[in-house]
Structure formats: structure tokens, C-alpha cells
Write a protein that binds this ligand. Structure first.
Ligand code: MG
Length: 383
């Protein structure tokens, strides 16, 4: 029996993790979870379980919840989050938080010798070196939930040396067939329509700007220890091939499947084993074709910035990620247009000056620098 803690239980990955756990009651038990305040989204879980640690964002909500569900233990805030990820009985922490905010709890869990199942890519983008050093020092495993990285990890599970390059597939997101000129008047609801995957708002927007793929290239660089110049991206509209590994003998291994995040989630929990999962099988006869196209870096400039940041040995990736998080927040809040997201983030990336990134406090400083640049630019009214 593996005892699991889920950070971000009310989000898309959190909910699907609860679904996977429920399918294997002999294998997995959720002993703790965190969410901001949407208890209604986990009411089924709260009613069916007993003695779970639940961390909410603020004290008032936690105290009210404790009256509603007196058979669970309620915690709150940053202190509650740290208590949650360091619970004595926890084996694996699933980090399904969105954004760099997931970094501190990830490090605390690693230092407490917990294995990590990571859906929170921004943590590796902004603090990859720091996280991977902590993983090494504490001898824990860090298994990706991101579908591309899960695919690569599954390919590498059979052979992990003589790797020539990693090939990440990209669907192209909601606006893949529009030119930049056609992006001027797109709406929030247009942007939230992903062609293949059902995901949270932030990652769906990041997919439409292709920043998501940029973050994933940097994530792959840290996770697998492969230099940036050996990581390629190819547009694959169907999201059936989740990613590939090319070896020195030019053989290419790929992992395929229907686009359903429960597959990589379950693999991260059951690793290195596989468990049954009752989903429809991939029907290649129905796919008709699998297509591949080169990426146009002029159409998706944030991907170019991410490659540049990933190659630099400074806090530029942390700052780029912070700037993007702030720009996406502003778009979701209706403060800027979709087209402004990458225009502003590129401008920020090219204007900021960068420093070292060898500690959590330096990564935080980089993140704040990116956010502040975007906020000042928007509040300056020049957007
Ligand atoms: Mg992905």
C-alpha cells in the first residue's frame, strides 16, 4: 500500500489522481490533500474516507470545514502545506499545483525523503538545478506526470544511455492554424478550447502560446540530464505519440496512447510497475493518420525564448516563467489581450538583467523580477 498526498486536489490533475487512487484501493490510499477552498469538488472523497489531512488556503475556511467534516483533520496556509508534505506516513507526494508556488512544498517533501510525482513543471523550469540536487542528495525518485515526460521516462526505462536526442511532440494548442494577425481579436473562451486535451486554464493558455512546450523543453533538460541542444520539438496534431527518444544508432522509441492524463498519473504512482487501467484502448484504425510538421519559431516566439533561457546558466528561466505566469494571470483577468501575452513576455525576457540561480532564494528573486516587470508594464498603461 502506497500512502499518497496530493497538492492541488481540486484541479484537473488532482481530480484525476483521486480517480486513479479510487480504482486501486488495495494499492493506493490518499492520506492528505491540499486545495484552495473548493471542498465541493472533493465532497465524494471527503464523505467516503476517514482521518485524512486536508490543507486549505486560509484559517477561516479550514475552521468552517472542520465543523462540516469532523472526521478529517484540517490545516491551513503555508505552514499547513509543509506539515502535509512531511507527514510521517506519506510515501509519495503528487504535486499538481499550478505555477512556481509549487516549488517550496516540493523541496520540503524531497528533504523529508518523500518520492515526488510531478505535474508542476514550473518548479523544474525555475529551480531545476536546486530540485535535482535535492533529489540526488535525499535519494528519492522524481517521476514526471507531464505526458511528454512520462513518455520519455517510459522509453528510457528500457534503455537510458546512448541517447542522441529527445523529441517532444506538441499539438500546437487552440490557435495552431491561425497566423499572428488572426490572434488580435481572439477571446478567452476561444483560447480555452484545446483541440485534444482537457486541462486547467493556465496550461491551456500556455499551450496556445506554445510557452507550455518551452517550459517542457526546460523540464526535460533537468529531469533527464540532456542538454538543451539535444531536445527537439515537433508539431503532432493528434497527440497520440506523446514523445520520442532517438538513440545513437538512429533507432527511435515512441510511447503512444489516447490523450488521457490518467495514464501518466497512474504510471507515476505505480512506477516502476504497471497496473491495469480500464480505459478504451487506442484504436489506430480510427486515427486515420499521424502527422508531423516542423515548428515555426516566429509564430511561437516564447518557445525560442525558452530555448535561450534553458541554455543560460542564470535565473533567466525563473524570470521568464514568472513573467509568463503574470501575463497569463492578466489575460485570464481580462486585463490584456491574448496577443499581448507573448509580446509582453518576449519584451520582458529581452529587457531584464539576470543573476545567478543556485538557491531557492535566488530562484524566487528571478521569479519576482519577471512578475514585477509585467505588472509594471501593464499598470503603466502602455499595453
Ligand atoms: Mg505536457
Amino acid at each position: 500500500m502506497k500512502n499518497i498526498v496530493i497538492l492541488g486536489a481540486s484541479g484537473s490533475i488532482g481530480q484525476q489522481t483521486l480517480d486513479v487512487i479510487k480504482r486501486h484501493p488495495q494499492m493506493f490510499r490518499c492520506i492528505g490533500l491540499s486545495l484552495r477552498n473548493r471542498l465541493d469538488l472533493i465532497s465524494g472523497f471527503l464523505n467516503e474516507t476517514f482521518g485524512c489531512f486536508v490543507c486549505l488556503e486560509n484559517q477561516k475556511d479550514a475552521e468552517a470545514a472542520a465543523k462540516l467534516y469532523p472526521w478529517h483533520h484540517f490545516l491551513w496556509g503555508d505552514e499547513g502545506l509543509i506539515k502535509l508534505v512531511t507527514l510521517n506516513d506519506a510515501d509519495t507526494v503528487v504535486n499538481a499545483l499550478v505555477g512556481f508556488v509549487g516549488c517550496g512544498p516540493t523541496l520540503a517533501a524531497i528533504e523529508a525523503k518523500k518520492n515526488i510525482a510531478l505535474a508542476n513543471k514550473e518548479t523544474l523550469v525555475a529551480a531545476g538545478k536546486i530540485i535535482m540536487e535535492a533529489v540526488e542528495r535525499n535519494k528519492v525518485s522524481l517521476i514526471p506526470i507531464d505526458s511528454e515526460h512520462s513518455a520519455i521516462a517510459q522509453c528510457l526505462a528500457t534503455h537510458d544511455h546512448q541517447v542522441r536526442r529527445l523529441i517532444l511532440t506538441a499539438s500546437g494548442g487552440s490557435f495552431r492554424d491561425r497566423t499572428r494577425d488572426q490572434l488580435v481579436n481572439v477571446t478567452l473562451s476561444d483560447a480555452l478550447q484545446h483541440p485534444n486535451w482537457s486541462m486547467g486554464a493556465k496550461i491551456t493558455i500556455d499551450s496556445a502560446t506554445m510557452m507550455n512546450k518551452g517550459l517542457e523543453v526546460i523540464e526535460a533538460h533537468w529531469l533527464f540530464g540532456v542538454p538543451m541542444e539535444k531536445i527537439d520539438v515537433i508539431m503532432h496534431r493528434q497527440s497520440i505519440i506523446h514523445s520520442m527518444v532517438e538513440y545513437e544508432d538512429r533507432a527511435v522509441m515512441a510511447q503512444l496512447g489516447t490523450p488521457d492524463m490518467r495514464i501518466p498519473i497512474q504510471y507515476a504512482l505505480s512506477y516502476p510497475d504497471r497496473l491495469p487501467l480500464d480505459l478504451p484502448s487506442l484504436d489506430l484504425g480510427k486515427c486515420h493518420s499521424l502527422t508531423f510538421e516542423p515548428i515555426d519559431f516566429n509564430r511561437f516566439p516564447l518557445l525560442r525564448c525558452a530555448y535561450q533561457a534553458g541554455r543560460s546558466n542564470n535565473d533567466s528561466a525563473a524570470a521568464l516563467n514568472g513573467a509568463n505566469e503574470e501575463a497569463v494571470r492578466a489575460f485570464l483577468a481580462g486585463e490584456i489581450r491574448f496577443i499581448d501575452i507573448d509580446m509582453l513576455v518576449v519584451e520582458a525576457f529581452e529587457s531584464m538583467t539576470y543573476g545567478p540561480n543556485n538557491s531557492l532564494s535566488e530562484a524566487i528573486a528571478g521569479d519576482l523580477k519577471g512578475r514585477a516587470w509585467i505588472r509594471n508594464r501593464i499598470s503603466g498603461g502602455r499595453v
